[in-house]
Design a protein around this ligand. Structure first.
Ligand code: IPE
Length: 264
C-alpha cells in the first residue's frame, strides 16, 4: 500500500477571499504541479479544499452557519443552493488543473455524503481510501444537519481531521495556507512576525489571520484540528501554499520551511 498524504488547500490560497467568486488561477496551477510531483514519487493523495470567496461571503450574508432563521429562510435556501453550486464550480477549476497534469480525480461534494457540522459530522469516510490512484477530492460546504437547523457549514478543516485519522496508511497531513509561511507568533501582516518552526498546544500565539470574513474559524480552527490529527499522524504541517515546492521538499526530505504541529 502506498503512503497516503491528506492535503488541504485553504480557501485563502486558491481564491481572493475578499472578492466574490474570484479564483487565484496561478495558485491553483502551481499547487497542482506539485501535487502531480508527489504522486510521481509514490504518494496516494487525498485532497480537501476550502471555500474562500466561493463560500464565505454569501454564507456570512445569509447567516448560513447558524442554520435556518424563519424570517429569512427563503433567501437562506436560495443561498444554500447557490453556495453548493459555486463550490462545485471552484472544485471543477481545481480538478481541471490537476487533470492537465494527467491526474485522475473523483469529486465528492459533502452535500452528497456528509450530514452535520463540526468534527462529529456523519458520513462514510471509506469512500476516500484512494487505493486505485484516483484522487478523491472534497471541500468545505453547506451540508444538511437533519435537525431544526436544517443546514450548516462543514469546514474542510473538520473533514481533514476525520480523513487524516480514520483512513489507514496516512503518513502526512498538510494544510497549505495562503497568507503566511506557517503559524506565526503574531498576525502575519504585523511587522516582525516570526514563523514558528514547530507548534504544540502549550505554545501561545496571537495568530488571527483573516477572521473578519471567515464563517468557519480561520487559522485557529486549522491549528486545533492539526493538533488533534498529530495524535494519530506523524507528520502534520501548516505550510505556505504560495511556495508549493515546500510540499515536495517535506515529502522527500522530511523537513521544509513551515510549522510542524506537535502532539499534546
Ligand atoms: C468553508 O470551508 C465552507 C463554506 C463557507 C461554504 P472551509 O472552512 O474549509 O474554507 P476556507 O479554507 O476557510 O476558505
Amino acid at each position: 500500500m502506498s503512503r497516503k498524504v491528506v492535503i488541504k488547500l485553504g480557501g485563502g490560497l486558491i481564491t481572493d477571499k475578499g472578492r466574490e467568486k474570484t479564483v487565484d488561477a496561478d495558485a491553483v496551477r502551481s499547487v497542482a504541479k506539485f501535487i502531480a510531483e508527489i504522486t510521481d514519487i509514490g504518494y496516494a493523495v487525498i485532497l480537501v479544499h476550502g471555500a474562500g470567496s466561493y463560500g464565505h461571503i454569501l454564507a456570512k450574508k445569509w447567516s448560513i452557519a447558524s442554520g435556518s432563521n424563519s424570517s429569512i429562510i427563503e433567501n437562506q435556501r436560495k443561498a444554500v443552493s447557490q453556495i453548493r453550486k459555486d463550490m462545485v464550480e471552484l472544485n471543477t477549476i481545481v480538478i481541471d488543473s490537476l487533470e492537465l497534469h494527467g491526474l485522475q480525480c473523483e469529486c465528492l461534494p459533502p452535500s452528497d455524503w456528509a450530514i452535520g457540522t463540526g468534527k462529529e459530522f456523519s458520513g462514510d469516510i471509506s469512500i476516500f481510501e484512494n487505493e486505485n490512484g484516483v484522487i478523491p477530492i472534497t471541500f468545505g460546504d453547506v451540508v444538511d444537519t437533519n435537525d431544526s437547523k436544517e443546514f450548516g457549514i462543514l469546514s474542510g478543516d473538520d473533514i481533514m481531521l476525520r480523513l487524516s485519522t480514520e483512513i489507514d496508511g496516512v503518513s502526512h497531513a498538510v494544510f497549505l495556507i495562503g497568507d503566511a509561511p506557517g503559524i506565526m507568533d503574531r498576525p502575519p501582516n504585523q511587522d516582525g512576525a516570526i514563523l514558528l518552526e514547530s507548534w504544540g498546544p502549550n505554545d501561545v500565539v496571537n495568530s488571527e489571520h483573516y477572521e473578519e470574513i471567515d464563517v468557519t474559524g480561520g487559522i485557529r480552527l486549522k491549528m486545533d484540528r492539526a493538533r488533534e490529527i498529530s495524535r494519530n499522524v506523524e507528520n502534520v504541517w501548516i505550510i505556505d501554499g504560495r511556495e508549493p515546492s515546500r510540499l515536495l521538499e517535506l515529502l522527500t526530505r522530511g523537513q521544509t520551511i513551515g510549522t510542524r504541529i506537535m502532539p499534546s
